[in-house]
Structure formats: structure tokens, C-alpha cells
Design a protein around this ligand. Structure first.
Ligand SMILES: NC(=O)c1ccc[n+]([C@@H]2O[C@H](COP(=O)([O-])OP(=O)(O)OC[C@H]3O[C@@H](n4cnc5c(N)ncnc54)[C@H](O)[C@@H]3O)[C@@H](O)[C@H]2O)c1
Length: 275
């Protein structure tokens, strides 16, 4: 397979490991260009890759210098990256799936216009079980889908949706407590760096408004735990993912990094497994 030049937006916990691992496994997908507003992050990663990727001055330059765009930056950046990539008819992978939700109608239109040359990809990220969810709603819609995410208070601190009282409680709590209960749009608005999985689940379930989300802070938990429960004419599904945090960012699960790698693997294998 010919080399596919990946343009990476965001050289943090996910971007760094994915770029280094694609090189280590000699994937045809190679980070050939990168952009990060923190110059030290971009330069630090570029210096560890061979051949050395181009450090771009902004997102538009990044898009022109690659065949495939990957975002691992932030919700806001994800919307911009997807817009720029699809306008240029380049395939794009978003880790910050909340950035897709923020401009869904516009990005759906751009993706339709870019097809078949390019597609927008939203990987499973930190969540297992999406294959089952997608299959389970093929004949009838799901009657119930819930996601309960439980994290250590440290992983939730700093979220824009916390009230001052919740922040104080997070700093001193000795027992689990619920910090959010509601729909997916509210969850991602209040916890944009914590709950991309809710967006991905709702999209896989084709139930953006129907998925109920609960976020729990538990001082005794040291994994990022996501529990899906779904019901429908297929039967019932429950799936618990207990993720260790990535070494570089406690808000990000190690599985999310590996989900991006699984995505690139799937692009090149001759036999695909799973739906
Ligand atoms: N889909 C999922 O399940 C899932 C799981 C974990 C993380 N995420 C999301 O993936 C994203 C990356 O996570 P991370 O752990 O690597 O974060 P990180 O904070 O470790 O790294 C993000 C990097 O992006 C850079 N950045 C910020 N704005 C940018 C922009 N406009 N353009 C390019 N780079 C920019 C930052 O300087 C930083 O170096 C986050 O938005 C996070 O919420 C998704």
C-alpha cells in the first residue's frame, strides 16, 4: 500500500502516542505534517519522528500538506479541522466527537459533498460495545440506552459545567456522588473533555436525544469506567469498560489512544472483523 500522509492536529496524549506507534509498526499511515499551538509540543514530537514531519503554522496549512487529517486536540479544534478537511475533500478522523456534534448539520452536509473521495470518521474512543449497539438497532429502534461514567474526582476537576459547590465537593469528597444526570448535549457542553464517549454512543445508537447520561465522581475509583445498558427488540445489552488513564493525560483513557490505532489498522488489513 502506498504511504498515506497523515496531518495531525494536536500533539498531546493521543496524538503523540499514535504518531510514534504508526512509525514503530511501519504503517503506511505516517504523520507527515503536524500542528499544535504549543510550539514545544509540535517540535518535541516532530524531533522523535523519521522522516521528520512538517511543523505547520496553522490548520489550513496542515490540511494542504496531507492526504488524511487526524484531530486529537479539543472539541473546538475538532469542528474547525473537520470543516477544513471536508471542504478540501480529505478524509478526517475526529477524537473529540463533541466537535462533530457542535456543528452536526453543517458537517453532515460537507461530508455528503466530499463523498466518495472523503469521509468523516468518529472512532469508538474510550468505549467498548458500539458494534453491538449499532447491530441492535438495525430492525427496531432501541427502547432504552443509558451511559453511566464514573471517574476519580481528579479527572473531572476543571470541567466548565461544574458549579462552585460541586468543585468544592470534588476536592473533599469521601464517597461517590452524581455530578451530572441528563442528555448527551448537556453532558458534552458541561464536560467537553470527559464525555466524548456519550456522543459516540448516541450516534452509534442513532438516538442523539434518547441516550440518558450520568456522570459520577468516586474518590475510590482509579479507572475511567463507562457502563452502557441498552434494551430493544433484540434483547438487552450491558457493557462495562474499566479504562486505565493514559500516562500523559489523566482525563484521557489509554483505550482511546488504542482505538485510533485500531482504526488505522482496520484501514489496511485484508480481512475485517466486527461490524
Ligand atoms: N473519543 C474519545 O473517547 C476520547 C477519549 C479521550 C480523549 N478524547 C478527546 O481527544 C482530544 C485529545 O485528547 P488528549 O488526551 O490528546 O489531549 P491533550 O490535552 O493531552 O492534548 C491536546 C493537544 O492539542 C493541542 N491543541 C489545542 N488546541 C489545538 C488546535 N486548535 N489545533 C491543534 N492542536 C491543538 C494542545 O496544545 C495539546 O498539545 C481531547 O479533545 C479529548 O477530549 C476523546
Amino acid at each position: 500500500m502506498r504511504t498515506v500522509r497523515v496531518g495531525l492536529a494536536g500533539c498531546g496524549a493521543i496524538g503523540r502516542v499514535v504518531a510514534l506507534e504508526l512509525e514503530r509498526r511501519r504503517s503506511p499511515y505516517r504523520v507527515a505534517a503536524l500542528f499544535d499551538p504549543r510550539p514545544e509540543s509540535a517540535a518535541g514530537l516532530a524531533s522523535r519522528l523519521k522522516p521528520r514531519p512538517r511543523i505547520c503554522r496553522d490548520l489550513p496549512e496542515l490540511v494542504t500538506r496531507c492526504d488524511f487529517v487526524m484531530e486529537a486536540a479539543s472539541r473546538k479544534a475538532a469542528t474547525e479541522v473537520a470543516r477544513a478537511a471536508l471542504k478540501a475533500r480529505k478524509p478526517v478522523l475526529l477524537m473529540s466527537t463533541g466537535g462533530y456534534l457542535a456543528a452536526k448539520a453543517e458537517l453532515d452536509l460537507l461530508a455528503r459533498r466530499a463523498a466518495p473521495a472523503a469521509k468523516l470518521y468518529l472512532p469508538s474512543g474510550a468505549l467498548a460495545g458500539l458494534d453491538g449497539i449499532r447491530a441492535a438497532r438495525q430492525i427496531d429502534p432501541l427502547s432504552e440506552v443509558t451511559l453511566t461514567t464514573t471517574k476519580n474526582p481528579k479527572g473531572l476537576l476543571g470541567a466548565p459545567g461544574l458549579t462552585p459547590a460541586q468543585t468544592r465537593r470534588l476536592k473533599s469528597c469521601k464517597a461517590p456522588f452524581t455530578v451530572y444526570r441528563g442528555d448527551v448535549a448537556g453532558a458534552i457542553d458541561r464536560f467537553p473533555a470527559n464525555i466524548n464517549v456519550a456522543v459516540t454512543l448516541a450516534l452509534a445508537a442513532d438516538a442523539l436525544k434518547g441516550v440518558r447520561v450520568r456522570i459520577v465522581a468516586d474518590p475510590d475509583i482509579h479507572v475511567n469506567q463507562h457502563e452502557i445498558r441498552a434494551k430493544g427488540s433484540f434483547g438487552e445489552l450491558s457493557c462495562v469498560t474499566r479504562n486505565l488513564p493514559s500516562l500523559l493525560n489523566p482525563k484521557t483513557s489509554a483505550l482511546a489512544v488504542q482505538s485510533a490505532l485500531a482504526f488505522f489498522e482496520r484501514r489496511i488489513v485484508p480481512v475485517e472483523v466486527g461490524n
